[in-house]
Design a binder for this molecule. Structure first.
Ligand code: PMP
Length: 422
């Protein structure tokens, strides 16, 4: 029997923990850049499940790989080998240019994994005394919701009353190369620098052009691991395969051109599966990854054959459909056209971002509901976006969008913003 939006919302409200504040839209179908609600209304998806559905909803190649594998073998755990995992591990390490991968499921798990690898490396390879390693992080960071990760969050709402917290983190301002240099030199116990190449949840903050390159150079000079969290920025989202590719626009396998910065540890999630299945990964070279020995880390589901099949198909789609190039082209159009409108707007003050990870800042106080109300109105007009928080709205559609569809969406967005002008 068909369920109404009101019934579905009432069920979630009554039986589900209230750990999210969703827009009151109930979806039951997706295809490409579109999703439909239970009443049959069609929307452009401009969130892509926080940048997970880069390849578009229900991509036939990804769904096909998933179904085929699901009909054959879904899970054995890592107590045994399976015939898909090694094939995927070869594929994903060659795709991104690392010796080894450690397969996980969610972004936060992969970040935890990277932190554990970094600490163990610091004790075993760098000679830091046990329990004394420090990892540098950035103000405004978002890396997930586990207890260790929220220990170094500045988001009071995400952190308060969940202590005691994990020690061993130093926070510096984002995009501040001098602060990084100072922090790296502040102690002999610095093990790593964990950074988002563009801060997504904070409100899509793109650092200075050379920040990533300089940060890696400082880390390298001081034997500190440069750890890139590309859970949100990776997989073609920002107009290159990875945000650490800089302005290198090679479509698929990064050719390590001049603009590329190789992280010591790379963290991927979300669009690694095209949003079809929880798949995350940590990539590193042997000298680092080999500190992990049997029994020291793992997960029942990590590296399962369905995840392996789905991720390979999802990465094939990124290459085959030139998604990085498309994200770059459409992103430039988005920022140019929204930017032109903003010149004379009284409601929007700024558009920023890279590729198809963008944000529009609303001319209002952080606490006001205007950004939320704009998103409600956008939904009425058939476009789904959400504030990251406060007065910042993120715009991150699937990367399979066409230029004509984007133009249609820009018209909806500008038309809606105009309704809110004072
Ligand atoms: N790192 C970054 C940069 C993210 O944006 C996110 C999710 N928004 C995460 C980690 C956590 O991923 P997950 O929700 O899959 O745990």
């Amino acid at each position: 029997e068909k369920m109404s939006s009101a019934e579905a919302i009432a069920l979630e409200d009554k039986y589900g923990a209230h750990n999210y504040h969703p827009l009151p839209v109930v979806l039951n179908r997706g295809e490409g850049v579109y999703v439909w609600d239970v009443e049959g209304k069609k929307y452009y998806d401009f969130l892509s499940a926080y940048s997970a559905v880069n390849q578009g909803h229900c991509h036939p190649k990804i769904v096909g790989a998933m179904v085929e594998q699901a009909q054959t073998l879904t899970l054995t755990s890592r107590a045994f080998y399976n015939d898909k995992l090694g094939v995927y591990e070869k594929y994903v390490t060659e795709y991104f240019g690392f010796d080894k991968v450690l397969p996980m499921n969610t972004g936060a798990e992969a970040v935890e994994t990277a932190l554990k690898i970094c600490r163990k490396w610091a004790y075993e390879k760098k000679g830091i005394n046990e329990n004394e390693a420090q990892i540098i992080v950035c103000d405004g960071n978002f890396h997930g919701r586990t207890t260790t990760i929220i220990s170094f969050s500045n988001d009071e709402n995400a952190r308060k009353n969940f202590g005691p917290y994990t020690a061993g983190f130093i926070s510096i301002p984002y995009d501040d190369i001098d602060a990084l240099e100072k922090a790296v030199n502040s102690s002999k116990n610095i093990a790593g620098f964990l950074v988002e190449p563009i801060q997504g949840e904070a409100g899509v903050y793109t650092p200075s052009e050379d920040f990533i390159k300089k940060a890696k150079a400082i880390c390298e000079a001081n034997n500190v691991l440069f750890i890139a969290d590309e859970v949100q920025t990776g997989i073609a989202r920002t107009g290159s395969l990875l945000a650490v590719c800089g302005n290198c626009s090679c479509e698929n396998k990064c050719e390590k051109q001049a603009t590329y910065t190789q992280p010591d540890i790379l963290i991927l999630g979300k669009a690694l599966s095209g949003g079809a299945y929880p798949v995350s990964a940590v990539l590193a070279n042997d000298a680092i990854m080999n500190v992990i020995k049997p029994g020291q880390h793992g997960s029942t589901f990590g590296g399962n054959p369905v995840a392996a099949a789905v991720a390979m198909a999802a990465l094939d789609v990124v290459s085959d459909e030139n998604l990085a190039q498309n994200a770059r082209k459409l992103g430039n159009i988005f920022r140019e056209e929204i930017g032109n409108y903003i010149k004379t707007s009284t409601i929007a003050t700024l558009v920023r971002g890279k590729g198809l990870l963008n944000a529009i800042v609303i001319n209002d106080t952080e606490e006001s509901e205007t950004a939320w109300n704009i998103c409600m109105r956008l939904a009425e007009k058939g476009l789904l976006a959400k504030p990251t928080h406060g007065n910042i709205i993120r715009f991150a559609p699937p990367l399979v969008m066409t230029e004509a569809q984007l133009k249609d969406c820009i018209a909806i967005i500008i038309g809606t913003l105009k309704e809110f002008e004072k």
